[in-house]
Design a protein around this ligand. Sequence first.
Ligand SMILES: C[S@@+](CC[C@H](N)C(=O)[O-])C[C@H]1O[C@@H](n2cnc3c(N)ncnc32)[C@H](O)[C@@H]1O
Length: 250
Amino acid sequence: MSTNLEGPIGELPHGRPPQTVVNDGRDYPRLGTVSFRRGTLTPRQQELWDDKWPTYGRVLDDAVIDTDSWFGRSAPTILEIGSGTGTSTVAMASREPDFNVIAVDLYKPGLAKLLGAFIREDLTNIRMIRGDGVEVLHRMIAPESLLGVRVFFPDPWPKARHHKRRIIQSGTLHLIASRLKPGGVLHVATDHADYAEWIDERVDVEPLLEYKGWPWNESPILTDRQLTTKFENRGLSMDHTIREYLWRRK
Ligand SMILES: C[S@@+](CC[C@H](N)C(=O)[O-])C[C@H]1O[C@@H](n2cnc3c(N)ncnc32)[C@H](O)[C@@H]1O
């Protein structure tokens, strides 16, 4: 059954986002009562959003995406979770015109910025989903359908009591592995030392993922993020070290 939860254009339903409960003994991020930043669009962004969102965007729902019909072509697909304002999304997608790129975020002003940028640059290989990336993987992405998954500078949730909200956990790694095609790539980057340590402890927890470390020159997808994003710059100005991780779906 497919339930379309979409109300007004590109709006998430009110209230706590629904979370799929998985009892497989693995750890999945628990959002708890976390409230996501809202923020408003400028009148020009809103106009563009109303005009273009129905073509390029969708809100989390229960319909598995048919990428061939959404992109109007058959091409390998990369999913980016937490695209923020989309600066690296656009920079990378412009260098990978033969790949479909789906950017997922909850943050509407970020998606609006990304939309403005790729329309301006005439890119036709980006689509957007507004929703929790974990739910998108569960409900909208077919098993073994992606060539790549990118998670760049995920929220570090530095307090110990919030670590359970971190997106990189055994359950998410398993879910991502299940959505990647054999040979597909997971690419994660962080500038947060404690999060890096957390990821280091989990690089081998998922049997379907072969940890390749960094760099991995034979990667079938682009791994050069092309530029430093706002979050990254902030980290670099505080002398943070950027750590990158690559895995190959077995
Ligand atoms: C620290 S920012 C990094 C943004 C971007 N990747 C960059 O490097 O500039 C993290 C982003 O992830 C988004 N985010 C957090 N949790 C998410 C989730 N469960 N699903 C999708 N996006 C999420 C936030 O809204 C935010 O835009």
